[in-house]
Design a protein around this ligand. Structure first.
Ligand code: NAD
Length: 247
């Protein structure tokens, strides 16, 4: 089997929908064997069916990225089935649906903060914690889904923006701590049509940079890097020129 990821084994969190699903199917096309973890078992089954014959090289795993036990079980199951873990894609996430500072009470903000940071930030940290030993063993790599919100305001509300910035911090620290054995990079995606969002671009359009960064041959010296795949948001702004017009 040819492809840029032939002989590699990947584990993708949030692989049941959106960008995680699209990356899983693209990695299969590139020759990889792919484990997908999601809390939604029905969505995982749909992805395996969408893969057709290539579904034989998929391992669906139900779990929650807030649970260290679920994540350790997922890594163990991946290695037991496929023999190694070469590429980790921390990706599972939720959105704050643009809830602004002025639209939240203190109690609502407190609850929303915990929910967003638990999944989007702690979930990424725990995913890497569960996998780093196998990645050191395989001299593998991590490709995180980051966001335009990792760099700019207005990709969501304050909680989403803060969480996305925090994930950039995780990427940089993990790239430092795991060098030179494990490369750690990210793809900062912009708005796309997924379970979280209704923008016009399809998730498949974002998968190329994941393949490039995951590829040992084509990105051997790249670590701590983020490819912006934001459709030009950095140049034109996220959504609105200013946020305080209604105050
Ligand atoms: N959609 C966009 O426009 C956009 C833009 C920038 C960044 N992102 C990021 O892309 C990533 C994927 O989002 P998406 O747009 O594909 O959303 P999505 O809702 O289509 O997919 C996210 C998947 O994560 C799973 N998930 C959520 N919480 C989980 C948990 N606790 N444990 C296990 N699985 C869980 C969901 O079941 C779902 O299948 C997120 O990190 C998101 O912040 C998305």
């Amino acid at each position: 089997m040819g492809g840029w990821l032939a002989s590699d084994v990947a584990l993708i969190t949030g692989g049941g929908s959106g960008i995680g699903r699209a990356v899983a199917l693209r990695f299969l096309d590139e020759g990889a064997r792919v484990a997908v973890l999601d809390r939604d078992a029905a969505q995982l089954q749909e992805v395996v069916e969408a893969a057709g014959n290539l579904g034989e090289r998929m391992l669906p795993l139900t779990g929650d990225v807030r649970s260290p036990d679920d994540l350790h079980r997922a890594v163990e199951a991946t290695v037991e089935r496929f023999g190694s873990l070469d590429v980790l894609v921390p990706n599972a996430g939720i959105w704050d649906h643009h809830r602004s500072l002025t639209g939240l009470s203190g109690k609502e903000m407190s609850a929303a903060f915990d929910e967003i940071f638990d999944v989007n930030v702690k979930g990424y940290a725990l995913t890497v914690e569960a996998a780093w030993r196998e990645l050191v063993r395989s001299q593998g790599n991590i490709v995180m889904t980051l966001s335009d919100a990792s760099f700019h305001p207005d990709g969501g509300g304050a909680l989403h923006t803060a969480g996305a910035h925090a994930c950039l911090g995780l990427l940089r620290q993990f790239a430092h701590e795991l060098a030179p054995r494990v490369r750690v990079n990210g793809v900062a995606v912009g708005g796309m049509r997924t379970g979280l969002h209704e923008a016009g671009v399809e998730p498949e359009d974002f998968t190329g940079p994941y393949v490039l960064l995951a590829s040992r041959t084509n990105s051997a010296t790249v670590t701590g890097a983020v490819i912006p795949a934001d459709g030009g948001i950095a140049q034109r702004g996220s959504r609105t020129p200013a946020g305080g017009g209604a105050l």
